[in-house]
Design a protein around this ligand. Sequence first.
Ligand code: FPP
Length: 227
Amino acid sequence: MSEADSRARHVAIIMDGNGRWAKRRHLPRAMGHRQGVEAVRRLVRSLEGTGIECLTLYAFSSENWKRSEDEVDDLMDLMRKFIKSDLPEFIANDVKLHILGDWRALAPDIVAMLEDALEKTSGGSRTIAVALNYGGQAEIVHAARAAAAQGEITQESIEANLFSAGLPPLDLLIRTSGEVRLSNFLLWQAAYAEMLFVDTLWPDFTPEHLQQALDDFTNRERRFGGR
Ligand code: FPP
């Protein structure tokens, strides 16, 4: 396989461990999430030169509504601030925003900000895909229903109706903080993805950790079921 073939084009991350990061420092959980946003920012800024065409981030799952009202409010506020402060940088850096999940069910002001951001970044060449109010099982149900309404249910017709339609195939899925499970993230897309579980808590994850993950990926042999 050539160097280009063995490069990860699409990387997804389950950003876990914000709460534990804060707890270890006797800080409120909100501080962990705030540092988590800093980690996102560092990574987005470091993408150039990595070969990554799409970075997908699990920011809010459909199960996250079960958290306390205060924590959900904190996360939504961080989202508002992040879009407001970082949208100009996305545009300047040729980054295109993509969203996966039932994001239109979020607060109307966030939906409006996201619509604006999608429009303003639509010309970008590198994609940041953010999973918001996302659940993998619900995504597959939604895609299968849409496929059935259009005609035959096939692997291709389901794939064409997933939130990830149009993104490159998922190459590498990383989860931080030592937990080893998918938590309903990209269940369909992960069929042939390489998985990497690292102990680092999300707020401590740096571009160097990402580069290590990419090097690790390049050294793996992917057979897609063949020999
Ligand atoms: C998991 O940590 C993290 C989340 C549920 C939210 C992830 C969100 C961010 C990093 C910030 C928002 C992102 C953007 C793009 C603005 P946890 O709270 O489950 O940690 P714990 O398992 O240690 O308690």
